[in-house]
Design a protein around this ligand. Structure first.
Ligand SMILES: O=C(O)C(=O)C[C@]1(C(=O)O)C=C[C@@H](O)C=C1
Length: 622
């Protein structure tokens, strides 16, 4: 059962409820979920549902119908995000865990760790205690292996994941590793589950070889009942009659679990398939199916591996896979971030006075909000702003450390206002992110589409849904600043005849109804956002430079600048002309270059550019 508490409940009232439940031999867990204060009850209280509803401070009492309680969506509707150092499993960024099946030596582990980190892994896996089918197979380096893992973390910054096979290893695990894993064979080793339930470490819980999803969730419940809520469910293939793969990877478990539980899901295609060539296709499919993370075995010398060599990818193959995932992830609303750890480092090194915030337009649920989450994850707090100018102003004054502003969209083109603001403010572009924009028509509950007389949206969203809207010429289109502001306006106005164009995220946040999904003209609807800041912090590899320049008003002036790019083989990926502020019929050019213009090799190109242009300003290298 869960008790939804009144927002103005006093601590005294809360204590009374908890004490009463404790007397009734029930365990209670209090959480904040979707803005609601909830107490989850484990056990059978003597007090009835109706009696609870009558109590002071309780807004509602609801029975949890599933056998798993704390792990259920009924108890907690919001996704759980498991934090492992600077990495969050369950957010908008796909987490890649990679490494060998077993830690074989210090050199082997360190070599592989450096390789997988280079290709986008943010956590390192490696077994120190190996539960093998044969007692004659390599059993792992045990404590020595754990020490190697700790050193890998020390030297690479990658958090480390390893399997715990016995309760007696708990202290060593606490000392050396960041995440403990319960192996498939131990999924129902209840003493071990209770043990990790008491540990203050995230747990990867692998699905048993022949376990149903319900049994698996009950194992998660064991860990959570012990007080550890940081559980990540790992699908690693189940035993079926099919001999072509070692196990059958049950990807349908992903959507099933997403409905049943708030816990994040990691997929292990290496153990599931048992064959190198099958790993990447299944990893790609897993991301497309909604996995939060992947666990991939990688070995620098798989033929000589002491365990599971045939299923281990070569580092280069792993690199190819992560490049594919980088492309696939945005299609399903996620990101694979190759700068994940570097960004975390920069954010963690920020001084206490720095506001760890990112300004974005609209309300929570805006695409800009989603872009902020995709770029920064949970480490930076997104702050809603009313206008684009407010965002630039907030960053300029230091009120917010970062700003997230849309620059261009694949269907509706450039957002000119932001190009002008880049010209006006002396700020830097420190990064970019492209997200897929999937629009929904959102209205109040119990309203049908044919009742709608007015639609609210920002101009780019109207333009991206033009074909859809053309079908309804009688519906009035009212421009607002952002999609989420439109949803908020409809929500607050109580006007059942008005709808908004916005994200499913906004519909969920404002508890509104989706009348129709995917109403954008073309599914390849992507918006590119710039991340702006007052200064560039930290060092990272740079692929792109954005500049603003003007030229003299004479024939061939722009051509002369373009010639520099051509001579130095600099690929120009965007060129946009904007009127110069306050100078009619004079223009500034905004250009994105696929190069780091500040490298020594391009210094002569830079010099020539300064010669051939006027007012050249580097907006950012990222
Ligand atoms: O309205 C939002 O949700 C925004 O984040 C702004 C914005 C934009 O102005 O381009 C961003 C992405 C979409 O292209 C539509 C709207």
């Amino acid at each position: 059962m869960i008790l939804v508490l009144e927002s103005n409940i006093t601590e005294h009232q809360k204590d009374r409820i908890k004490n009463m439940l404790s007397d009734e031999k029930c365990i209670t867990r209090e959480i904040m979920d979707a803005g609601r204060n909830v107490i989850g009850i484990i056990g059978k209280p003597a007090t009835s549902l109706d009696e609870f509803k009558q109590m002071e401070g309780i807004a509602d009492a609801v029975r949890v119908t599933t056998a798993h309680k704390l792990a259920s969506r009924e108890f907690k509707s919001e996704d759980t995000k498991v934090k492992i150092g600077n990495v969050v499993v369950g957010g908008d960024r796909i987490v890649i865990v990679a490494g060998p099946c077993a830690v074989e030596s210090h050199e082997q582990a360190m070599t592989i760790a450096k390789e997988v980190k280079k290709y986008g892994a943010v956590l390192f896996r490696g077994g120190a205690y190996k539960p093998r089918s044969s007692p004659y197979s390599f059993q792992g380096l045990e404590e020595e292996g754990l020490k190697i893992l700790a050193d890998v973390r020390e030297q690479t910054g990658l958090g480390v994941v390893t399997e715990i096979t016995s309760v007696s290893q708990a202290d060593l695990m606490m000392k050396y590793v960041d995440v403990v894993q319960i192996g498939a064979r131990n999924m129902q080793n209840f003493e071990l589950l209770k043990c990790v339930g008491r540990m203050d470490k995230p747990v990867v819980l692998k699905r048993g070889l022949a376990a149903t999803i319900q049994e698996w969730l009950m194992s998660a419940e064991y860990i959570m009942a012990g007080g550890n809520n940081n559980v990540i469910l790992c699908e690693r293939g189940i035993r079926t009659f099919e001999p072509y793969t070692r196990n059958t990877l049950d990807l349908s478990a992903i959507p099933v679990l997403k409905k049943l539980t708030h816990l994040p899901i990691i997929i292990d295609p290496s153990h599931a398939t048992g064959m190198r060539e099958k790993v990447s296709p299944m990893a790609r499919a897993a991301v497309a199916a909604g996995a939060d993370a992947l666990m991939i075995e990688v070995h620098n010398n798989p033929d000589q591996a002491l365990s599971d060599g045939p299923q281990s990818l070569y580092p280069e193959q792993f690199g190819q896979l992560t490049r594919d995932l980088y492309v696939i992830a945005p299609v399903v609303g996620k990101q694979l971030d190759f700068d994940y750890l570097k960004k975390s480092e920069i954010i963690n090194n920020m001084e206490a006075k720095d506001s760890k915030t990112a300004a974005f337009i609209g309300e929570y649920g805006a695409y800009s909000h989603k872009a902020s989450l995709g770029y920064f994850g949970e480490e930076i707090r997104p702050v809603p702003m009313k206008t684009f100018k407010d965002i630039f102003q907030a960053v300029q004054t230091g009120h917010c450390q970062y700003g997230v502003v849309p620059l261009e969209n694949s269907l509706s083109g450039s957002i000119h206002e932001n190009f002008d603001l880049l010209q006006e403010y002396d700020l830097k572009i420190i990064g970019e992110i492209t997200i897929r924009v999937k629009h929904a028509l959102i209205a109040h509950k119990n309203v049908s589409k044919n009742e709608i007389k007015k639609i609210l949206a920002p101009p780019p969203a109207f333009s991206q849904c033009k074909n859809y809207l053309d079908q309804y010429p009688e519906i009035e289109q009212v421009p607002v600043k952002a999609t989420s502001s439109a949803v908020r306006y409809v929500k607050d106005s109580d006007d059942k005849y008005t709808a908004a164009i916005g994200s499913t995220m906004a519909a969920k946040i404002f508890d509104m109804n989706i009348l129709e999904e995917s109403i954008e003209d073309n599914p390849r609807n992507y918006t590119r956002f710039a991340i702006i800041a007052k200064e560039i912090k930290g060092h990272k590899k740079v692929n792109k430079t954005s500049i603003i320049f003007s030229t003299g008003n004479q024939p061939g002036a722009l051509y002369e600048v373009m010639k520099v790019f051509s001579e130095y083989q600099i690929n120009l990926v965007k060129l946009e002309s904007r009127p110069m502020l306050g100078k009619p019929w004079e223009y500034m050019f905004y250009a994105d270059l696929e190069a780091d213009i500040e490298t020594p090799e391009l210094a002569p190109a830079m010099e020539m550019l300064r010669e051939k242009s006027e007012n050249l300003r580097i907006l950012g290298r990222y």
